[in-house]
Design a protein around this ligand. Structure first.
Ligand SMILES: Cc1cc2nc3c(=O)[nH]c(=O)nc-3n(C[C@H](O)[C@H](O)[C@H](O)COP(=O)(O)OP(=O)(O)OC[C@H]3O[C@@H](n4cnc5c(N)ncnc54)[C@H](O)[C@@H]3O)c2cc1C
Length: 497
């Protein structure tokens, strides 16, 4: 399946001990772990012109002095901070270390709208939240007793949330993806909000979110470090039990004793490298569409605006204001988020078409206002970006921990790390952070003939990762252990209330 590119002979390839494929958060923590274990001979190969990966920002619009603002195309929240005395989210620790500008994201500060303007259906948000709690308890029961997984939708329905197809305000009040695994979706939410905390902070730092990752990288990489190869696209990876050879689009190649591939699940699905487990998991898309206006015509002290479209669930459903006093006051920036089908649709459309649809919605939400056209308009096309092919991974129903371990397992000397390989924090920056660190540590330990602690647990592991040749329908409770990357307990809640 691999297109033909000019190829160097293997003998002429550059040699390194560990090749780190991708310089996102996982690539950076893999390199840091190797450095900490005194493995300094590594190469980071990165498609883009910067490190940071999906922590990606762009200049947008302009302020009073004509200078652009910085907006986040990708990761935008530190999700789960850390309770006093409890474990701290490593991303929150970095945010504090580098004084990242963030503010508490108050999901209760929401106003609700439909096609006729303001309409208070906030009680539906409370009802849906109550059903989610019941669904979460059901998910725990399924996991503990090795029962069959269900969809998120089934879990919500069993919790009492079963909106009629024509009740669009109710449809808008729960915007979670319904066709995902109940057990693993709930476990992931619980790991982040129970282990760390149920507070999320929104990031609006004008250096960009990735400043914390670039600053951390600068603690062990030199300026213009020759080990970092930017603007280099990997097109082929050949692996065996002896080593790994990487071919790049520009015709260059690298041979390494070991490699860690941190490419997104979307990139893996678009290549022929390791298809068994990869196709089982799903890549979701989360697209933020940014608009700047010459005035803030929406209520100034509201963070979130929910819109219930009369015809289609998920039609430009959540608007967020950056113009609030606590964020970037007077920026007059508003953004709206679409996901999956509606995101893919918007990403296929021209800017003009999408802008027209959004303006139509805003005019319905605020019928009493004369709404001007935006002065700036920008959105990423995550589903077609060749270095990401989507936003972050998701577990469809009927996936098992064993199958996920196969996604995570090394094939020969090629290891995998990144957001998607974390069974506990997939979809989050902390997932990428832990997984990169773990792969770097494990590879260093194997090279140095020693064992190492698995992620945050006290368990020691020696040698390569487990691979399941025979997949069972569900996984017994005892398998939810560090050996399968399950570092911790999704049932513990450190939140005070
Ligand atoms: C829109 C969006 C919103 C999000 N919101 C949040 C949030 O609010 N909070 C949160 O915690 N997480 C959020 N996430 C998830 C978070 O961004 C990711 O979990 C994390 O950044 C993934 O890091 P990674 O290192 O695993 O992968 P990546 O960041 O994708 O790193 C992989 C690197 O590999 C490079 N690469 C890919 N293909 C090739 C190739 N062929 N050759 C060379 N290099 C290649 C890429 O350029 C990239 O730099 C969001 C993600 C998106 C997209």
């Amino acid at each position: 399946h691999i297109p033909h590119y000019p190829r160097a002979q293997e003998g002429t390839c550059k040699k390194t001990t560990v090749a780190i494929l991708g310089g996102g958060v996982a690539g950076i923590t893999a390199a840091q772990a190797l450095s900490n274990a005194s493995v300094h001979d590594f190469a980071i190969i990165e498609y883009r012109d910067t490190l940071g990966g999906r922590a990606w920002h762009e200049p947008f619009g302009k302020n009073k002095d004509g200078k652009p603002y910085i907006i986040e195309m990708g990761a935008n929240w530190v999700q789960g901070l850390g309770n006093p005395g409890g474990p701290q989210n490593p991303i929150w620790e970095l945010a504090q270390k580098y004084n990242l500008k963030t503010h508490y994201s108050n999901y209760d500060n929401v106003s609700t709208y439909n096609q006729h303007g303001y309409s208070d259906y906030s009680h539906l948000l409370d009802e849906s939240a109550a059903a989610t709690d019941i669904a979460s308890a059901k998910a725990g029961e399924i996991l503990r007793n090795n029962l069959q997984d269900q969809t998120a939708q089934t879990g919500l329905a069993l919790g009492g949330w079963n909106p009629k197809k024509h009740d669009m305000e109710a449809q808008a009040s729960n915007f979670s993806p319904l066709e995902s695994s109940l057990v693993f979706g709930m476990a992931s939410t619980n790991f982040t909000s129970n282990t760390f905390s149920d507070h999320d902070n929104f990031v609006f730092d004008q250096r960009g979110f990735n400043t914390i990752f670039l600053s951390e990288a600068a603690t062990f990489l030199k300026k213009d470090d020759p080990r970092v190869h930017l603007n280099t696209q990997v097109v082929d990876i050949a692996y065996s039990d002896e080593g790994v050879t990487i071919h790049n689009k520009d015709g260059s190649c690298i041979t390494a004793a070991y490699a860690v591939c941190t490419f997104s699940l979307g990139v893996l699905q678009n290549n022929a490298w390791k298809q068994t487990a990869i196709q089982k998991f799903a890549m979701g898309t989360y697209t933020k569409i940014f608009m700047q206006f010459n005035e803030t015509f929406w209520p100034e002290n509201t963070q979130y605006f929910l819109y219930a479209d009369p015809l289609q669930r998920g039609w430009y459903p959540i608007f967020q204001s950056l113009s609030m006093p606590e964020f970037i006051p007077e920026s007059n920036i508003l953004f709206v988020t679409v996901t999956n089908e509606l995101a893919w649709r918007a990403e296929r459309q021209s800017d003009e078409h999408t802008r027209g649809e959004i303006m139509d919605v805003l005019r319905k939400m605020f019928p009493e206002k004369t709404i001007p056209e935006p002065t700036a308009f920008l959105y990423p096309r995550w589903s077609t970006e060749p270095w990401a092919y989507g936003s972050y991974s998701n577990w469809p129903p009927a996936t098992s921990l064993e199958e996920h371990e196969n996604l995570r397992a090394n094939t020969g000397r090629l290891w995998f790390a990144g957001e998607a390989t974390s069974p506990t924090y997939f979809g989050f920056l902390q997932g990428a952070w832990y997984e990169g660190r773990d792969a770097g540590r494990q590879i260093a330990a194997i090279m140095q003939n020693r064992c190492v602690h698995v992620n945050s647990t006290k368990l020691r592991e020696c040698g390569p990762r487990r691979h399941y040749a025979i997949l069972h329908g569900t996984s017994p409770f005892k398998d939810y252990a560090a050996v399968n990357g399950w570092g911790g307990n999704s049932f513990l809640d450190t939140n005070p209330e």
